[in-house]
Design a protein around this ligand. Structure first.
Ligand SMILES: [Zn+2]
Length: 330
């Protein structure tokens, strides 16, 4: 799914598309407050290296932790210019074009995006009491969320900077998203629903993004938001080796339910629903176990049976893999 990026104070100085190969220009300015709740009670938790550097030793990031809401974030954050240079070849993990049929084949085996999109579109629609059947899909990715919203009768606008994702989106939905970042979106709205799936963890200034989203919603309209859970079992078990949440430096913020609630409530929203979603990351697991052939098939069958009870337990304990949160514009 596509990530939109917000402006950093450092970003504009360094130029838009420069590929950075030294530390100069890699980092933004040091933050003195939590990106989610604004608390100044923050401290260094751990460090993690970025894989995208000529000289690996020079691209280490500090992960700071907020003592108040538990949210983590890179500090200093990467500069916007460096993030953009990474997205040129990384593009949310996509390094080459992919076709809709490849995506749909994956979905046929593990219908994750379809299920997530339908659940979030259903919830957002039921919480939207504004009577406005229009939606903005920010970071629209392959197009599953826009498709689900349209199936619920919404007129939609989608924004997403990733070219490869947008090509799949077009195959799925017939039109193309605006190939821009949220900060560059000016014409449109207000909307009854804003969808932000796997976006906020990418944004250098999430509070600015949330303020902007609030300004794009009609009063009573609903924001549906999904982010990785910093309190997840995998982060607890493998710490900074986790790459689902702690994907450095693409993910710059690592939210907890508490932090995300405060971010939204400080910026004009009332949070009305929060839930957790968990799945066993099959492809990552198969890669880690180097499983092929019959062993891989066996693991796949096992996982398909264990998925639901395993996820249920994690979510109950608050250590699920993803957070879904719904908020109403006041
Ligand atoms: Zn905080």
């Amino acid at each position: 799914m596509g990530g939109a990026l917000e402006r950093s104070s450092d970003g504009e100085r360094n130029g838009k598309d420069r590929v950075v190969s030294s530390t100069a220009g890699c980092y933004g300015e040091m933050l003195d407050a939590c990106v989610a709740c604004g608390s100044h009670e923050i401290h260094l938790w751990r460090t993690k290296r970025s894989p995208y550097a000529d000289d690996l030793s020079s691209h280490e990031f500090g992960i700071y932790l907020c003592a108040s809401c538990g949210t983590g974030f890179l500090n200093p954050p990467p500069s916007l210019s460096w993030l953009k240079s990474i997205y040129q070849y990384s593009g949310h993990g996509l390094t080459e074009p992919i076709t809709l049929s490849e995506i749909l084949a994956r979905e046929a085996r593990f219908p994750n995006s379809t299920v997530d999109a339908e659940r979030m579109a259903y919830n957002a629609d039921h919480l939207n009491h504004a009577g406005e059947k229009t939606a903005l899909d920010i970071g629209s990715g392959f197009g599953f969320y826009t498709r689900a919203l349209r199936e619920r009768g919404y007129q939609t606008i989608s924004v997403n900077p990733g070219q490869y994702e947008n090509a799949v989106f077009k195959e799925m939905n017939g039109d193309e998203p605006l190939p821009i970042l949220l900060e560059d979106f000016h014409d449109g709205g207000p909307f009854g629903v804003v969808m932000m799936s796997q976006v906020l963890e990418h944004l250098l200034e999430p509070d600015r993004a949330v303020q902007k989203v609030a300004s794009l919603l009609v009063p009573g309209g609903a924001l549906a938001c999904a982010v990785p859970n910093f309190n997840s079992l995998t982060v607890k078990l493998i710490g900074t080796r986790d790459n689902a949440c702690l994907w450095v430096p693409e993910h710059v913020n690592y939210f907890t339910v508490s932090g995300l609630k405060r971010l939204l409530e400080n910026n004009g929203f009332k949070v009305v629903k929060a839930e957790q979603i968990s799945r066993i990351p099959l492809y990552g697991l198969l890669r880690r176990l180097k499983a092929k052939g019959k062993l891989a098939s066996l693991i796949e069958i096992l996982i398909s049976h264990l998925q639901a009870p395993f996820g249920w337990v994690l979510n109950l304990l608050g250590i699920g893999i993803y957070i879904n949160i719904y908020a109403i514009k006041s």
